[in-house]
Design a protein around this ligand. Structure first.
Ligand code: ADP
Ligand code: ZN
Length: 292
């Protein structure tokens, strides 16, 4: 489930997708029943559903001990704050239902089927309308008292850059500097129409490399995958991020995984399917958990 569209998929993995349909994200009273109707039709017409996985935009309350467990939090998306997502599906389908964030889902999909297979510690970062990161550490998604919100990390600014940033909460946090809308706000035009040679991309690459720096010195991932609409539309960013990360770390750490610079920071192996496959990965994990 994303801010603009919800991709519903029936299957067991990327090589076995039995049905897939994209629905626009409207208000919850329209969108959720439309998804449930689709799943019901598939359940009787295509193949029996054994588990449901939901990977959604957040924030989401994922604390099992919370009275708001399974609900969307304070999203600016009209009508969606406090919506009981998990309960909605669990009430309608007599199968295990799992819920996580869009980026944790994508990270799980990359770990199961994509470019993070066999890795125990890795991160999936999306740079699109917002910025988010799904962290897998020691084989599990990181969750303390909340899911991480690394899009809102504060970073060292690009030298000489004083643009105040566009995050309504923090101004020049990472999302306020490097999300698609932030880039567009700074440029005064759409991100897609900024020339590759523009200095704006230097500030964007710098900001994203700062996130990579933070990740390297905190959870020390074996690999960082960068996906999302901004990265896929601007492939020149990845080499710039790698270069800026090397400059930022300044030879402080000698990590074999990072010696292969192209391999350490790279696009998701599943490409733009990483997000939609995240829901399948959650379903598979939930099924395995409940039937263990
Ligand atoms: P979302 O984040 O909404 O789930 P995406 O990851 O596909 O979806 O990202 C969409 C965002 O990508 C848009 O909000 C826009 O800011 C940005 N974007 C779209 N086209 C381009 C482009 N050509 N260059 C840079 N950014 C773009
Ligand atoms: Zn912020």
């Amino acid at each position: 489930m994303g801010g603009t569209k919800c991709v519903c998929t029936l299957g067991t993995g990327p090589d076995d997708i039995r049905a897939q349909e994209t629905l626009p994200t409207r208000d919850p009273a329209t969108t959720l029943p439309a998804m449930a109707d689709l799943l019901s039709r598939w359940n009787t017409g295509v193949g029996a559903i054994e588990a449901i996985g939901v990977a959604s935009f957040g924030p989401i309350d994922l604390r099992r001990d919370s009275p708001h467990y399974g609900r969307i939090g304070a999203t600016p998306k009209a009508g969606w704050a406090n919506v009981a997502l998990l309960e909605f599906f669990a009430k309608r389908f007599a199968v295990p239902v799992g819920l996580t964030t869009d980026v944790i889902g994508a990270a799980l999909a990359e770990g199961r089927w994509g470019d993070a297979r066999k890795l125990t510690d890795f991160v999936y970062v999306t740079v699109g309308t917002g910025i988010g990161a799904g962290l897998i550490v020691a084989g599990k998604s990181v969750f303390g008292c909340h899911h991480p919100e690394l899009g809102h990390v504060r970073i060292a600014r690009f030298a000489g850059d004083t643009w105040p940033g566009s995050c309504p909460f923090h101004g020049d946090c990472l999302e306020g500097l490097a999300s698609g809308p932030a880039i567009a706000a700074r440029a005064g035009t759409t991100a897609g129409s900024i020339p590759v040679g523009s200095a704006i991309w230097e500030t964007v690459a710098h900001a994203l490399a700062q996130l990579a720096h933070v990740l390297v010195v905190t959870v020390a991932p074996q690999r960082i995958l960068f996906g999302g609409g901004v990265i896929s539309a601007q492939p020149h960013l990845l080499p710039r991020i790698r270069k800026s990360l090397a400059l930022s770390l300044n030879s402080y750490l000698h990590i074999p995984e990072m010696a292969d610079r192209d391999g350490y920071i790279r696009p998701p192996g599943l490409g733009t399917a990483a997000g939609p496959l995240g829901a399948l990965a959650v379903a598979a994990d939930t099924y395995a958990e409940r039937t263990a």
